[in-house]
Design a protein around this ligand. Structure first.
Ligand SMILES: C[S@@+](CC[C@H](N)C(=O)[O-])C[C@H]1O[C@@H](n2cnc3c(N)ncnc32)[C@H](O)[C@@H]1O
Length: 303
């Protein structure tokens, strides 16, 4: 959804844009091409390989590009230490890139042989294999349910843990086999959910996104715009609720007689409904099918 990202983020006042998930640099390149010549882009990722690819792809923009390895959840703190403080544009394109999916050493794909790693940052933290070694039946069942696998969650979890206990869970294809052993009919959806649940847990994806959203009032300049692309409902819910809260819409639980959340308006929502990719995009890139883009603008309000 590059055109939509450009439409929201390239404003006459854009001087500093952060691409918080720069990946191999596709969106960043398009943004830099469209932005004013004095606009700088800070590209962030946790993945060293992605940062290397982005560095090569964006080399021609010279000093207009700064690349940083960090978790975007830490942006507020890292930017205030190193850069200008606040920014005029922020792009977050959640999830994984095509290059990460096809790499067998990363373990993100359920139909390619690979190691059970799934970390964005291969230099730190527990892998998917470590996670599976430490989980019990209730924990894994709960995790699969959270990520949408309702009916068969317990049977899938048991099959995975049985494979683990029989020392038959060394690779991504072993994990896929354990899922397929109990999901005989059209297993692709279950496989996708199992891999998503593990990947999101290994990388604390929902927590990082929530922390980034929470920091927006202090991260953005007045008039600055944020644009977030999500790929599943749990991510989208975090963004939708954060935008609602920041735009001053009441977030009290249903049934509360008098508003108790005391919301103030800090952002204006630019997408009352999330934007979806155009058919040309989804036919060229299947994983774009589930994408939703939401954008908001900080209004003149000093936090
Ligand atoms: C969908 S890809 C981005 C692709 C990029 N927009 C492009 O056009 O090439 C998402 C990227 O975000 C990175 N990522 C995910 N969560 C992150 C986090 N919390 N902090 C930093 N990078 C993260 C992943 O490593 C991956 O490279």
């Amino acid at each position: 959804m590059v055109d939509e990202a450009k439409r929201f983020l390239i404003t006459p006042g854009a001087r500093v844009i952060v691409d918080a998930t720069v990946g191999p640099g596709g969106h960043a390149e398009a943004l830099l091409e469209a932005a004013p010549a004095d606009c700088v882009l800070i590209g962030v990722d946790l993945d060293d390989e992605a940062l290397g690819l982005a560095a090569r792809r964006l080399e021609r923009f010279g000093e207009r590009v700064v690349l940083e390895k960090m978790n975007f959840a830490d942006l507020e703190e890292r930017l205030s230490r190193r850069y200008v403080g606040r920014v005029d544009g922020l792009l977050v394109d959640c999830g994984i890139s095509g290059l990460q999916i096809v790499s067998s050493v990363r373990g993100f794909s359920f139909d390619r042989q690979g190691v059970l790693d799934m970390r964005f940052d291969r230099g730190s933290g527990a892998t998917a294999g470590d996670l599976l070694r430490s989980m019990d039946l209730d924990g894994l069942t709960g995790l699969l349910r959270e990520f949408g696998e309702t009916r068969l969650a317990k049977r899938i979890a048991r099959s995975i843990l049985d494979a683990r206990d029989a020392s038959r869970l060394e690779s991504t294809l072993d994990l896929s086999r354990a899922v397929k052993a109990v999901v005989k009919h059209k297993p692709a959806k279950s496989l996708a959910r199992v891999f998503l649940a593990l990947r999101a847990t290994v990388n604390s994806e929902l927590g990082s996104l929530a922390r980034l959203m929470e920091s927006l009032p202090r991260l953005m300049n007045s008039g600055g715009r944020v644009c977030v692309i999500t790929y599943h409902s749990l991510e989208d819910r975090i963004v939708k609720r954060s935008f609602r809260r920041l735009s001053g819409m009441c977030v009290c639980p249903p049934g509360v007689p008098v508003c108790a959340c005391g919301k103030v308006t800090e952002f204006k929502i630019l997408t009352p409904k999330p934007l979806r990719p155009r058919p040309e995009e989804t036919s060229a890139n299947v994983s774009a099918r589930s994408a939703k883009l939401r954008a908001a603008e900080k209004i003149e309000y000093e936090h």
